[in-house]
Every structure is written in structure tokens, then in C-alpha cells.
Write a protein that binds this ligand. Structure first.
Ligand code: ZN
Length: 738
């Protein structure tokens, strides 16, 4: 076995020598092979992979599995695992005992090495495809399979033992830690009553920048999320991760800055935040070096739920009398039922209280807002403690206002608000029908009405932005429906990146939301105006400074938290487990790889070739059922078959034809359209059209497409003048890449 290991090392050395020779030749101008030489600046990782993948397909026969995907993953494996080694200073000897992902011997630590992580292994494979032996490939595949399928490590060890019984596989590692190059020792810091591990802002940010593969300049702004997550359903064991994300970059995934684990949350928030604040202040002033330039990092906002904000800012919780994050309004104790002495609500009916400022926060002008002591976050030089604390769409509008509204419609205590049993049954039917029409861009369908109280936030968001008017029309009282439309219209405008920056739109939305909150008192009672509902009147301010609602929502952070939680398999030493697992797959790979790479590879492609038509006279060419267009799926069947063309024409797709290098869409156009609702503004101004009466077949070039539509039945009464109609809404850019 040892002899074989030495053989592998010598192969690597051989490849290194060849690479050095190639560089030497290239320096002498004798080498034309452009892809061999690493560029001076790291090029997008994805692009280089794409090119190399193409080469791999042509140069070698396809293996039995999906070669393209696994190759992409392994490449990320290589540089991330190597990075992990240098961070944790674990045993290099064991890692160097085989080729997988190890660095060339004798190379210096630091940035030079990092460039090698990007390109070195690909160059090797490109230069010498046969150099990766069958066994090496098997080791790589096993490692990738273990990580991606999250296989229990004991099972992996048993598999390795079985494989090693075969003479041809005896050089395979016998332990998963060698296979995956797991970190052996995790130096955690004690933070009472648990422990904390600091991954680092600069480290995570570097990986994000590598993944993005584009120049972000020397001044980078980041969002930070801090939240507690229980590890198991029973018990109080919990993680408190600190996550970061480059602000205002679409499809940029979060990175881990640090993680606390303990039987309960940290007793002293400042000890928990110490490493994070120390590094953040350092990066604000001195920056860090990335690709030969100094990058300064500014934390511009915290995106957290309300309890986490109370914790990290040392302020009163959401039931406090002065708990509003943005203004100094004083909550009112309200007891709706005088006979129930314990049924007390803290409500916030005031709509125009003076606003807080960073200076007033730091000087404790409103001492009732604060808890004793101060937060270390006040040490961040460029952080605004009021404006930088965001009311994110997921917590305030989806899980906050939208959930509260729909629960009151369905289960509310007030007879005049609550739906009748018949209406609830119709609503359940409408929801089940709409499930068939949810476009594939959404991560999940809307859930059943039966579980409305436990819906995921995405379902509430879908109702808030797309389905609400269709689901609720004629099922709740007209004044309640009009009231909901105030909220729906404001949310839709504030989520639309083409509209939300316009001052007149912002003023209009502010008026809508103030009226909405004010009318809540009349319609639902004073107790409805809780902290979350009150915060709606401050959402517009955040949008005016940070862009559309979805650009600073907590959704991406929530996805990351779930991934972290699922990495822990045993109850013993969960923090160490987590750090080791992340070391194995590394943050960027874990959070980004497949999805990120797929999203970045926005290659338009036609799929599912067929000859079944329909076609039109004069149109000849290959026919397809599916088109992946800028990462969005268009198809000939529901739910992905509806698009908006220029001039707001709504089309149902029936076929794609490639003719003379041009893609033609064959389908039918809705000949009639109208507003589905007219107040507070006509729905067509929100790109929400009621459509009916399909045309004969026609064709349009792909360039006329302006977006994909979310189309659902209108559930309106059918008349001779208006047969079965549908409601088509243009997907927002956050839901659709088009
Ligand atoms: Zn307020």
C-alpha cells in the first residue's frame, strides 16, 4: 500500500514538473495553449470550469455517472479543502499521503497558494487526463458522495473496509477522516455557557468573491444575520451562527463568520460578539488583501428576527413599551376582554411618532428602549444602529403581517372578519387548484389550507405577492378585500426593482401602508396592531435605502441555517462536528456549489426535441418542449407555459421551433384582458392581468419575451361574454431571472 501511495505522489510531482515546464515554455513564448497559464487575476471559477468541462467531454469517454456535475463539485472540493487545511493547521502529513486536493510540496502559504487552488488542479487534469488513475477517481467520487449525500461517517468506514478487501482497492483510505481530510482538532473558545468557533469574515468573504468571480471593487458592503437555531426537536441545545453576505448581489450566498453552540444562548452577548466585532472593526479600517488589492469591508445592515435583534443590540423585546426599532412610539396595554385579566396586548396605534437616529440611540435618549449595558456593535465605526437594523420582508411582512391577516380571515375571533365555513371550503379548493400552477422557479408549492398556521414563509410570500387577490376575492367582505389590496399593492411595488426606487412610488406606498395599519384597528380591533404590524409603516424607509424588499430578506440566511442544522448528526460535541463538516465540504461549496454553479452557467438551451407539433405553415426546424432561457424554465405545459411579450401580450406556449438559428415561440395569445381589481390602483399597473379568450396559433420570436408569468384560474363566474378567465402576473425579478 505504501508503494502505491508513493507512486501517486510521484505522479503529482510529475504533473507539477510538467506544469513548471509549461510555464517556462510559455514564458519563452513557445507555448500557445492559452488555457494552461493561470491568469494574473482570478477569472470566474465557473467559466474556467465550464471550459474545462467541455474539454473533458471531448477528451475522455463519459463515465457511468454524471461526469459534469461531479467534476464541478470536486473542483470546488479541492481548493476549499486545501484552504481548510491551512486554516486549522491540521496534520499535513496525512493529507499529503495521497494526491486528492493536496498542495504541491514546498509551496508558500498565502495568496500565491490561493491562486493555485483556483486553477492548478484543472490545469493538471487538462494537461494530463490519464494522470488521474481509476483509484484516485474512485477516492474523489467517494468523498463527493459522502459529503453531498451526508452519509453517516460510520457507514463510510464500513464501506471503505469492504472495498479494501479487494486487491485492486487496497490503497483506498481506511478511515473517512483521511478520505475527506477532516480537521482533527477544533480550537473552540469558551463562551459561557457554551463554546464559539470563529471562521472569520475575511475568509468567508474571500470565498464568496471567488465564487462570484467578478470584480467587486475595494469597498465591499455586507449584510450580517445572527439567529438562534435549535439543534434537535427536543432539548435546548442550540447554535447561534453569525452569517455574512455581500450586499446587493443577486444569487450571492451567505458565508459563515462564526458559530456558537450551547445549552442556551450566550449569557454575555459581548463575549459572543467579541471576535466578530474585533475583526469587523479591523476590516473597516485596514481591510484585507484579496487578489493583490486591499479590500475594505463595511457592515451596512443586520437582518435578523426581532428576538435576535433585542439580544445583539441589548434593547427591549418586541413586547416592550418602547420596542419599535425605528421610532419612539410608546406601546399601549390593551385588554380586549375585561373578564380575562391575563389577556393583555401591547399595541402600537401611533403612526407618526418621532424617529430614532443613530445619535439618539447611542446617547440613550430613550432609555426605556435599552437594556442595561451596551452592545459591542456600537464599536463598529460605520454602522448606523437604527438605519442599519432592517425590517426584513420575511419576518415583518410574510411571517408577520401576511400570516396574521390570513389567520384572522380563517380563524379570527371576530364573526365579522372570519370566513364562513363554506368560504373556507372554497378557499381550500382554490389553494389546491393553484398548486398546479406554481412555476418551477418557486422552491415549493403553496401548502394546504389545513396547515395554514404552520406554512413556510414562502407560502405566505406567494399569497402576499401573487395569489392573495385570486384566493380571497368574493370570499371575504368587500371592505376586508379592499383593505388587503392596500397591503398587496404596497408589497408588490416595494418588491419590484423597476419601481421601488422612484420617489413617487415610495411616497405612494408609505401612504398605502399607513392607511392599511390605521384601518386594521377598525377592522380587526386594536390588538391587531402589534409590533410587526406597526413596523410596516417603517418598511418604506428601508426600501428607500436598501432597494427592493427581497434584496434584504432573510430567506437566503434561513436556507443556510437549515443546512447548518442538518450537518450535525450526533448530540456529542455538535460545534466540533459542525466545524469538521464545514471543513470537509467548506462553506462556499456547501451553500453554493450545485445551485450556484448552475445559476451562474446561464446557458440558454432547448431541451426535449420532438416532432409532434404544433407548427405553422412556413415554419420548419427542430421542435422542442422546453427552453432554459437565462436560467428560467419555459415549457409547453403548465405551470411554466405562460409568458409576457412586449406590449403586455400574454401568451400560452405550445411549442418551440429553432429555425435559421432563431428560436420561435408557437402558442396562443389571450385576446382579451382587463383589471382583476381596480383599487387602490388598476391591477394592470402591477402587471396583473385578467385574461380570457385564446387566439388561433401564432408565432413570435424569443426576443419579444419580457418575462415569465404566474397564471392561475380567476375563479370568476363564467358568462357568455367572458368565458373561463385567468389571472396572469409577471414574475418579479427575484423569482425569475429574465
Ligand atoms: Zn415605529
Amino acid at each position: 500500500m505504501r508503494r502505491k501511495r508513493r507512486t501517486i505522489v510521484s505522479e503529482r510531482q510529475l504533473r507539477n514538473r510538467i506544469r513548471e515546464d509549461a510555464a517556462h515554455l510559455e514564458a519563452e513564448g513557445a507555448l500557445i495553449h492559452g488555457s494552461i497559464t493561470p491568469p494574473l487575476q482570478p477569472t470566474p471559477l465557473v467559466e474556467s470550469e465550464e471550459e474545462e468541462l467541455g474539454a473533458s467531454f471531448h477528451d475522455s469517454p463519459p463515465p457511468p455517472h454524471d461526469f459534469a456535475d461531479s467534476s464541478l463539485q470536486e473542483t470546488v472540493d479541492l481548493h476549499l479543502l486545501t484552504d481548510c487545511d491551512s486554516q486549522y493547521d491540521s496534520s499535513q502529513d496525512s493529507y499529503d499521503s495521497y494526491e486528492y486536493g493536496s498542495n504541491p510540496e514546498g509551496e508558500p502559504e498565502g495568496e500565491d497558494r490561493r491562486e493555485d487552488w483556483d486553477f492548478g488542479e484543472w490545469e493538471d487534469e487538462y494537461l494530463l487526463p490519464p494522470a488521474v488513475t481509476e483509484q484516485e477517481q474512485l477516492i474523489r467520487d467517494l468523498a463527493a458522495w459522502t459529503v453531498y449525500c451526508n452519509i453517516p461517517r460510520t457507514h463510510v468506514n464500513k464501506l471503505l473496509v469492504i472495498l479494501r478487501k479487494h486487491p485492486s482497492y487496497e490503497s483506498i483510505p481506511k478511515d473517512y477522516r483521511t478520505l475527506l481530510k477532516s480537521v482533527r482538532n477544533v480550537p473552540v473558545k469558551l463562551v459561557d455557557p457554551g463554546s464559539y468557533f470563529h471562521f472569520g469574515i475575511a475568509k468567508g468573504l474571500s470565498r464568496s468573491l471567488q465564487t462570484l468571480g467578478r470584480d467587486m471593487g475595494s469597498d465591499i458592503k455586507i449584510f450580517v444575520n445572527i439567529d438562534g437555531i435549535p439543534i434537535a426537536k427536543s432539548g435546548s441545545s442550540q447554535f447561534w451562527p453569525i452569517l455574512g453576505k455581500i450586499a446587493w448581489v443577486k444569487r450571492c450566498k451567505p458565508f459563515i463568520i462564526g458559530v456558537y453552540w450551547g445549552p442556551k444562548k450566550p449569557i454575555d452577548v459581548n463575549i459572543y460578539l467579541a471576535d466578530f466585532v474585533e475583526e469587523a472593526t479591523l476590516l473597516e479600517v485596514t481591510g484585507f488583501e484579496y487578489c493583490l488589492i486591499i479590500v475594505f469591508v463595511t457592515i451596512v445592515a443586520f437582518i435578523c428576527d426581532r428576538p435576535a435583534l433585542s439580544f445583539i443590540l441589548s434593547i427591549k423585546g418586541h413586547t416592550g413599551y418602547f420596542s419599535c426599532l425605528k421610532c419612539v412610539t410608546e406601546g399601549v396595554s390593551y385588554r380586549p376582554n375585561v373578564n380575562k385579566r391575563n389577556s393583555i396586548f401591547i399595541v402600537f396605534p401611533e403612526l407618526n411618532a418621532p424617529l430614532r437616529t443613530d445619535a439618539s440611540f447611542r446617547s440613550r435618549e430613550n432609555p426605556q428602549h435599552h437594556l442595561p449595558g451596551s452592545s459591542l456593535l456600537e464599536n463598529l465605526f460605520h454602522f448606523n444602529l437604527v438605519d442599519g437594523v432592517l425590517l426584513d420582508g420575511m419576518h415583518v411582512t410574510d411571517l408577520g403581517a401576511m400570516k396574521k391577516l390570513i389567520l384572522h380571515y380563517i380563524k379570527g375571533k371576530y364573526q365579522r372578519v372570519r370566513m364562513s365555513r363554506v368560504s373556507r371550503a372554497i378557499l381550500a379548493y382554490r389553494i389546491s387548484e393553484c398548486r398546479k400552477y406554481v412555476p418551477s422557479e418557486f422552491p415549493r408549492k403553496i401548502e394546504s389550507l389545513e396547515f395554514v398556521g404552520q406554512w413556510k414563509a414562502t407560502s405566505y410570500r406567494m399569497v402576499k405577492l401573487y395569489l392573495g387577490p385570486v384566493l380571497l376575492k368574493n370570499l371575504i367582505r368587500d371592505d376586508l378585500f379592499d383593505h388587503f389590496l392596500l397591503f398587496h399593492t404596497a408589497m408588490k411595488l416595494l418588491s419590484d426593482e423597476t419601481k421601488c426606487f422612484k420617489p413617487e412610488i415610495l411616497i405612494y406606498c408609505q401612504n398605502l401602508l399607513v392607511k392599511f395599519v390605521h384601518d386594521c384597528i377598525n377592522l380587526f380591533g386594536l390588538q391587531f396592531v402589534s409590533s410587526n404590524i406597526h413596523h410596516l409603516i417603517h418598511v418604506v424607509f428601508d426600501v428607500s435605502r436598501f432597494g427592493p424588499l427581497d434584496s434584504f430578506s432573510a430567506y437566503s440566511f434561513e436556507n443556510c441555517l437549515q443546512i447548518l442544522k442538518n450537518l450535525v448528526r450526533k448530540s456529542a460535541m455538535p460545534l466540533q462536528q459542525l466545524v469538521k463538516r464545514i471543513g470537509e465540504i467548506e462553506i462556499v461549496q456547501m451553500l453554493n456549489t450545485q445551485e450556484e454553479l448552475r445559476n451562474n452557467l446561464l446557458v440558454d438551451q432547448l431541451l426535449h426535441c420532438h416532432q409532434n407539433g404544433p407548427v405553422l405553415p412556413g415554419i420548419f426546424g427542430f421542435q422542442y418542449k422546453t427552453l432554459i432561457f437565462k436560467g428560467t424554465t419555459l415549457c409547453t405545459i403548465i405551470p411554466d407555459n405562460c409568458i409576457f411579450l412586449t406590449a403586455n401580450r400574454v401568451i400560452l406556449i405550445e411549442n418551440f421551433v429553432e429555425q435559421n438559428n432563431e428560436i420561435l415561440i408557437i402558442g396562443r395569445q389571450f385576446l382579451n384582458d382587463g383589471d382583476f381589481f381596480t383599487l387602490p390602483i388598476p391591477s394592470r399597473q402591477l402587471h396583473c392581468y385578467e385574461v380570457w379568450n385564446l387566439s388561433f396559433l401564432n408565432s413570435w420570436p424569443l426576443r419579444e419575451v419580457i418575462g415569465k408569468a404566474f397564471i392561475v384560474p380567476s375563479f370568476e363566474i363564467i358568462t357568455p361574454e367572458k368565458p373561463q378567465s385567468y389571472v396572469a402576473s409577471l414574475l418579479l425579478s427575484n423569482d425569475c431571472i429574465l
